[in-house]
Design a protein around this ligand. Structure first.
Ligand SMILES: CC(C)(COP(=O)(O)OP(=O)(O)OC[C@H]1O[C@@H](n2cnc3c(N)ncnc32)[C@H](O)[C@@H]1OP(=O)(O)O)[C@@H](O)C(=O)NCCC(=O)NCCS
Ligand SMILES: CC(=O)OP(=O)(O)O
Length: 332
């Protein structure tokens, strides 16, 4: 059974309810149907019921609950909750009432209120607009200062990582993390890896330099982040700064970083910033025809996950399954 199948299989036993906020998108409707049919989770679709049924056409959504944020009897409760949570940051009751009519905000409030276990959105909404409500309302988990994201990359016919499976981070949230934040992203990624894989994590802190082969402040940031990871989580196998070839390819590792316990066997790649991370994952996805599952959020108090707007219905099903597993691991 491949990794994705295993994740879907494990999701079945979690008995979670996941809200898909973009209910009028055809891929989302098809994903909802598959999630119900395979019993991966209970599903709530948000949007106007007539529009959703028109989009569904022949797709069976008989097992799906449809909630219209504009007409929901829960709207006033969520308005009051949102106002209470954000009034010190300038939220008014009027503004809160307007915001909860938006499916992304409504779904986020459902998660916050405990009416569902997690949310998936981003098939039509840009990443920043999916995560901003989550950051403001759901907030970070205890002990976490920065939320980040990771993609589980499943590369066909590939001997690197764990037989072609690798975690890439951060590819969606933090534009320019400092050394402290980069270290936190690496540690969070090791937890995501452990939650989804049976293999030990080997973390490469990526750069355009390997072990001092180039000198630049961008390289120093990665060196400092590596030092912080080692200090905060001495049990982790981490090395940096490493170039991508030294991180992945044993032969290159032998010449560039011969004494490294990570070089040549890395399965978690930590990118130095969002330019590198987002471009890197999309290149591997498109050129190597890799499955890119995510972005999986790391560090939120409750699971809310984004999608790429280029996602397929299958991608949405996979991210919903991961969301159910995250909820189970948080005891939600
Ligand atoms: C995610 C993002 C929207 C947050 O930016 P922002 O809304 O300007 O953030 P702000 O600095 O105004 O902070 C808003 C709130 O979110 C919190 N926040 C912002 N980034 C956070 C993070 N990475 N982790 C945890 N909380 C965060 C802030 O603490 C703040 O909380 P508060 O209002 O309770 O004080 C921004 O980092 C972003 O646009 N990232 C890139 C997303 C993107 O385009 N990705 C590429 C495609 S996937
Ligand atoms: C994660 C990501 O890059 O999302 P999008 O393609 O929607 O910008």
């Amino acid at each position: 059974m491949d990794l994705i199948q295993k994740i879907r299989e494990r999701a079945k036993s979690t008995n979670k309810t996941i809200v898909l906020a973009e209910g009028v998108d055809e891929r989302v409707v098809r994903a909802a149907s598959v999630i119900c049919e395979e019993k991966l989770a209970d599903v709530v679709l948000l949007g106007n019921e007539n529009k959703i049924r028109a989009v569904a056409a022949d797709t069976d959504i008989s097992g799906v609950e449809i909630v219209d944020p504009v007409a929901s009897p829960k709207a006033e409760e969520y308005t009051a909750l949102l106002y209470e949570l954000r009034k010190d940051k300038g939220m008014t009751e009027e503004k809160a009432r307007e915001l909860v009519k938006d499916p992304i905000w409504f779904g986020t409030m459902m998660v916050k209120a405990g009416d569902v276990d997690g949310m998936v959105a981003g098939a039509v909404t840009a990443t920043a607009d999916v995560f901003r409500p989550a950051f403001q309302v759901v907030k970070t988990a205890p002990g976490v200062s920065v939320v980040s994201s990771a993609f589980m990359m499943v590369v066909p016919d590939c001997e690197y990582g764990a037989n072609g499976v690798m975690l890439f981070a951060d590819c969606a949230i933090n534009p320019n993390p400092d050394a402290q934040q980069l270290a936190e992203i690496a540690i969070a990624s090791s937890r995501t890896w452990k939650a989804l894989m049976d293999e030990e994590p080997y973390i490469a802190m990526l750069s355009f330099s390997t072990r001092g082969s180039a000198q630049h402040e961008l390289v120093e940031k990665v060196m400092e982040a590596t030092r912080i990871v080692k200090e905060k989580a001495p049990e982790l196998k981490v090395d940096g700064e490493l170039q991508a070839d030294a991180a992945l390819v044993p032969k290159v590792a032998k010449t560039k970083a011969p004494d490294s316990q990570v070089a040549g066997r890395a399965n978690i790649l930590i990118f130095p910033d969002l330019n590198a991370g987002n471009i890197g994952y999309k290149l591997v996805q498109r050129l190597a025809k890799a499955e890119a599952v995510g972005p999986i959020s790391q560090g939120l108090a409750k699971p809310i996950n984004d999608l790429s707007r280029g996602c397929s219905a299958e991608d949405i099903v996979n991210v919903a399954a991961i969301t159910a597993l995250q909820a189970a691991s948080m005891n939600i």
